[in-house]
Design a protein. Structure first.
Length: 439
């Protein structure tokens, strides 16, 4: 990677602050002068529930698939401002600006200021960040907290202070949305495998889990004392409503009754239908929300054009790996590709599962070249793998649900545009000059 002197770094830092301020002003202007209306009821619903909880009516409050943090926080902010709409807009605006600002410093931890600035611009111009900063949804604060945790986990020398900050940030995010639990799993995996200091790594991973648990324990205890459950969550509803391959009408009716009566009933999780839906989500539906296979509602850096957003991400990754085409790499990657193709032809559907032919060999070649990857980049690469493996139990309904792991896309795309593309152009120009000299 290119080295930048301290003077240039300070200049890029100033540009980054300027970009964040411009984002704040532009989105703020749009939010209060052109988007001065409710587009969804999330904030009002959650803040009303929070008011009921604070007034002692918690037994009658059910918050499906979300924690107490959002409702209570929103209710408290409303009590200060006296205006729910103003509170909702300010929360979204400042959290969105925080995402833009912290992203620069996170990427800077790994690749330096120049790539970080380009990565920040990708984040600014990603439509979903701007939309979230305008709307009044429950996603924006946990996403900001998760992005902030990436800033600490990508430090070159992780210490106990950083572990404390990560645990607190992810714990608070968990009280808003449960997706941060998947980020915790990814970070624990990273801490365990990041180097050969096994004992120290296990201590850090254990401390992170303890701190996270301590932060979320008040919510868990409240849920248990009030409702007799630790988490007020039920993925059966998501699977029933959103899955491509749905269960029979009889099972759907039982799930509806379960949701209404709180009786225990599990969606059949080990049968053929679940497996069929899981691999559809894993290799088509959820990646579609990242890279646009056939949907305009996506998180690609080039959201309008299908598939194009994959190119800078994967080429950027291959460049970082500095792959040598030796026999081991070629044989193992070839075998993985062959086995994947055979499994798809026998057990799956090539029109649906074709992404597996791209991603599985790429994961394999990444694992083979793991020692070449700088350690503070590892959490960025491990997180999407862990996150997608778990979140694909359900089909995500909105691209925002993948934002907690999405930072790898602007990072690897920035590497492509700053490091790879100039070298490609340079080689083309040199080749053209040689051809002209021969002529």
């Amino acid at each position: 990677m290119q080295k930048i002197d301290s003077n240039n770094t300070r200049s890029f830092d100033k540009y980054s602050i300027f970009i964040s301020l411009v984002f704040l002003l532009v989105i703020g202007f749009v939010a209060f002068f052109h988007h001065d209306y409710w587009t969804n009821g999330d904030y009002l619903i959650y803040s009303n529930l929070g008011e009921d909880i604070l007034s002692g009516n918690g037994k009658n409050v059910k918050i499906l698939n979300a924690g107490l943090g959002g409702p209570i926080f929103y209710a408290l902010v409303n009590s200060l401002t006296g205006d729910a709409f103003l509170s909702a807009k300010l929360i979204s605006l400042f959290a969105g600006t925080g995402i833009v600002a912290i992203s620069y410093f996170t990427i800077k931890n790994i690749f330096g200021a120049k790539i970080a600035l380009i990565g920040q611009l990708f984040i600014v111009f990603t439509p979903r960040i701007g939309i979230l900063s305008l709307q009044t949804l429950n996603e924006i604060i946990p996403i900001f907290l998760i992005f902030s945790s990436f800033f600490f986990i990508t430090k070159k020398n992780i210490n106990l202070k950083y572990i404390l900050c990560i645990g607190i940030l992810l714990g608070i995010a968990f009280t808003f949305r449960y997706q941060s639990g998947l980020i915790l799993v990814a970070f624990v995996v990273f801490l365990v495998i990041r180097n050969k200091q096994i004992k120290k790594n296990l201590v850090f991973a254990g401390l992170l889990i303890i701190i996270f648990t301590f932060v979320v324990s008040p919510m868990l205890l409240y849920n248990f004392q009030t409702h007799g459950i630790i988490l007020d969550s039920n993925s059966s509803f998501e699977q029933m409503v959103k899955s491509k391959y749905k269960p029979s009408p009889e099972i759907i009716e039982k799930i509806k009754q379960n949701i209404a009566t709180t009786n225990e009933f599990e969606f059949p999780g080990k049968d053929e239908l679940f497996i069929k839906n899981y691999f559809y989500n894993l290799f088509y539906h959820n990646p579609n929300k990242l890279f646009n296979f056939d949907t305009i509602s996506n998180l690609s850096i080039i959201p309008i054009l299908p598939y194009i957003g994959i190119i800078p991400v994967f080429i950027g990754l291959l460049y970082i790996l500095k792959i040598s085409f030796n026999k081991l790499n070629l044989i193992i990657t070839g075998l993985v590709s062959l086995v994947t193709l055979i499994c798809i032809l026998i057990l799956g559907d090539l029109e649906i599962h074709y992404f597996a032919l791209i991603i599985l060999p790429l994961i394999c070649i990444t694992a083979l070249n793991l020692p070449k990857i700088q350690s503070n980049l590892l959490p960025i690469l491990i997180t999407p793998l862990i996150y997608l493996l778990f979140i694909s139990i359900i089909p995500v309904s909105k691209p925002e649900h993948l934002l907690p792991m999405w930072i790898f896309i602007p990072i690897l795309s920035s590497v492509f545009f700053i490091e790879v593309l100039p070298k490609i152009f340079s080689k083309i120009i040199k080749s053209s000059n040689k051809t002209e000299k021969k002529l």
